[in-house]
Design a protein around this ligand. Structure first.
Ligand code: FAD
Length: 308
């Protein structure tokens, strides 16, 4: 019930101002956001790698309104890659990007987003790593998949994300299940209408398993983005029956969520990549984390009252 309301609020400027200024917000945000600057996130990366984890780094921000902001987003990723260059981590530290932050929704946005993301993908390849294109709301996906296909001509290791809640996703999974392709499967975090997406949690979970099966039996490299213990167990089962070795797929979880599970799966020999978000424009990302688990909202409200 609460999830859709929070997701609607995630698009409101009024709510953005209110939440950003609220007492206690910073403390709750810090659970999900690893820092505000690249200097703050680098030690977090080093610590994760020392624990046997891998990371995908997200400079938070989306839905920008000017071409200058899109260029600034590109530059923020280029600065991050420059900092990573000296660490020699290769694919242990990759990048996740939201094309809306690269200008996708502006006029001529498809070409603009492609022009802005290409140098980031090039710079990532130059230091031996790669980029994954996040999936945003369903209206952006045809453009995202077209940009993904374009980038893969020169950088075949570029990954993308598919969302189990969308009716289209089984077809996308089949299309993307080719040798060399890297595909992250997630449940989906946006408010989507019943005309394009399952609304019921059980239906979404069943769709997730169907997509997982397609990816595991296909020729690509599946990246399992979920904290759901049942789906993690099913992944292990499906990987075994598809004859995949432990390094033929990977788990991915979000920074700040089920941290013990990150370490447990890595200790079992799995590849475990932590999606590590940082930066100052955290509002949309943070609100999606609240929407996923109403207990987070209660915690947030309580911290506002105690600090206020
Ligand atoms: C690595 C990664 C990348 C992602 N990229 C995208 C993307 O590109 N596009 C997109 O639409 N979505 C993305 N998501 C979000 C995803 O769609 C889901 O909204 C999110 O993962 C919650 O679903 P779940 O599979 O963990 O299952 P759920 O059933 O939601 O959660 C299972 C359990 O995990 C824990 N949990 C889950 N979420 C939270 C939370 N916010 N706070 C505290 N505990 C929680 C709880 O214990 C919960 O019971 C990503 C998720 C991950 C892990």
């Amino acid at each position: 019930m609460l999830g859709p309301v929070i997701l609607a609020a995630s698009r409101s400027d009024k709510m953005r101002r209110f939440v950003s200024a609220a007492p206690g917000t910073k403390q709750v945000v810090a659970r999900f956001i690893a820092g505000e600057t690249v200097e703050q996130v680098v030690p977090v990366v080093k610590e994760a790698v020392a624990k046997g984890l891998e990371v995908t780094l997200d400079v938070v921000g989306e839905d920008i309104t000017t071409r200058e902001q899109a260029a600034a987003a590109r530059d923020a990723y280029l600065e991050l890659i420059e900092q990573l260059a000296g660490l020699g981590l290769g694919t242990k530290a990759e990048m996740s990007v939201k094309l809306s932050m690269f200008g996708q929704s502006l006029e001529g946005g498809h070409e603009l987003a492609l022009a802005n993301v290409r140098p980031v993908v090039e710079a990532a390849a130059a230091i031996g790593t790669t980029v994954t294109l996040d999936a945003e709301d369903h209206t952006t996906l045809d453009s995202m998949f077209a940009i993904h296909e374009e980038l893969r001509k020169d950088f075949p290791q570029t990954g993308c994300v598919i969302q189990a809640y969308l009716f289209r996703t089984e077809d996308d999974a089949r299309r993307l299940s080719q040798a060399g392709s890297r595909v992250r499967i997630v449940k989906g975090a946006y408010k989507e209408p019943a005309s394009v997406a399952y609304q019921d949690k059980a239906e979404i979970d069943k769709a997730y398993v169907r997509v997982l099966k397609i990816l595991m039996e296909g020729d690509g490299y599946p990246m399992i983005g979920s904290h759901d213990p049942r789906l993690i167990a099913i992944t292990q089962e499906l990987a075994r029956s598809a004859g995949r070795k432990l390094d033929d797929y990977e788990f991915q979880m979000l920074y700040g969520i089920r941290g013990d599970e990150h370490v447990r799966l890595a200790a079992e020999g799995h590849r475990m990549r932590v999606y590590t978000a940082y930066g100052t424009d955290w509002y949309g990302y943070f609100m999606r984390r609240l929407a996923e688990k109403p207990a987070n909202l209660l915690f947030f409200l309580r911290s506002m009252i105690t600090k206020g």
